[in-house]
Design a protein around this ligand. Structure first.
Ligand SMILES: [Zn+2]
Length: 343
């Protein structure tokens, strides 16, 4: 296979703090020899693990992007033991456009493993797959609900088959110290960044930090405190490790979203009304939201009910809802021990 088409302006093996750009070819009506740039930083000091931190996999999920930018601003080489590679805004144009997908319609998080001679998103994915992931012990990829959803602010994970990897991912997820965590499955396609990193055996820690088109201060605080605490947990950032206990908080609730029934969609369009808030307990059959029909007010709203007992985890943040759209997600509390045991 050809060498990656993406190049870095900084030497990722050099010590100290460096801020540079990833560069990849742009062929447009403005000319055939242009390029696009993605900011990257590398903060290295001595021997230790390598952690790759990414934000903006999806453009309009800003919580992690801000936390990653803050990391570049505030962390110096003397604070680090090992190496932190930070790409704060992967999908630059989508982030500026306030959209999940790239302006071309591409979902970067369905572009893996990528290829050097594919379209731009696949070229960047290929650079992650063949250059960045092999360097990393830990990959932290920060998401949120974007405009469309509000997710209980949390770190989350796939329950991977390898017991040692699963344990490392569970402990990393818990080190975010959020009130909730979520065990997710891929209900919509393949080619995800976290899956490629998991397949390479990495400890992968991902988040869903709220969403809904507004970032409250407490979510920014959780993004920052969680990210830095996970970096301390992984041994790459100096400073005192905190636990929920040391913070005076009750144990976190892990929600199991591995039963596909938890993901509720509508088969017809309408205006969505939430009847409950994320974190509310539900029993199977409880009304969770309803769909209104603005073109036919003669018709009563259609009530959507909880498919299972559990906790409401994700609600729809965008009122106009198309046929096929997701409207809410639930999860069932599960003990960390059961996750470790592969249950
Ligand atoms: Zn996302």
């Amino acid at each position: 296979m050809n060498a990656p088409s993406v190049t870095s302006s900084i030497d990722l093996s050099a010590p100290g703090k460096q801020i540079g750009r990833l560069r990849y070819p742009r062929i447009s009506n403005n000319g055939g020899w242009a390029y696009d740039l993605i900011p990257i930083a590398c903060i290295t000091n001595g021997e230790g693990p390598t952690v790759l931190v990414t934000g903006g996999n999806h453009g309009n999920e800003y919580e992690g992007q801000i936390a990653a930018l803050r990391l570049i601003d505030e962390i110096e080489a003397a604070d680090v033991t090992g190496r932190i590679i930070i790409i704060p805004v992967i999908s630059v144009e989508a982030a500026w456009a306030f959209t999940r997908l790239w302006p071309s319609g591409v979902n970067f998080n369905r572009s893996f493993p990528g290829r050097p001679d594919g379209p731009p998103a696949e070229q960047i994915a290929d650079y992650f797959t063949r250059v960045l992931f092999p360097m990393a012990d830990v990959v932290i990829d920060m998401h949120s609900g974007g405009n469309a959803f509000f997710f209980l602010p949390c770190s989350h994970m796939h329950v991977v088959d390898n017991p040692a990897q699963r344990k490392a991912m569970l402990e990393g997820m818990l080190a975010w110290n959020s009130d909730y965590h979520f065990l997710y499955i891929d209900v919509n396609g393949t080619g995800l960044l976290p899956v490629e990193a998991e397949d390479q055996g990495k400890t992968v820690i991902t988040t869903e930090l709220g969403g809904g088109g507004r970032v409250p201060a407490y979510v920014h605080q959780l993004a920052w405190s969680g990210l830095t605490n996970v970096l301390r947990h992984e041994g790459v950032l100096k400073g005192a490790l905190q636990t929920r206990e040391s913070l005076g908080k009750a144990p976190a609730i892990i929600l199991d979203g591995r039963d596909p029934e938890n993901y509720v969609n509508t088969d017809e369009p309408g205006f969505w009304e939430n009847l409950l808030e994320p974190g509310d307990a539900v029993q199977k059959g409880d009304p969770v939201g309803r769909l209104w029909f603005p073109a036919t007010p003669e018709r009563a709203p259609r009530v959507f009910t909880a498919p299972l007992d559990g906790i409401l985890t994700v609600i729809r943040a965008t009122t106009p809802t198309l046929a096929g759209d997701s409207v809410f997600v639930t999860g069932q509390p599960i003990e960390a021990e059961a996750v470790l045991n592969g249950e």
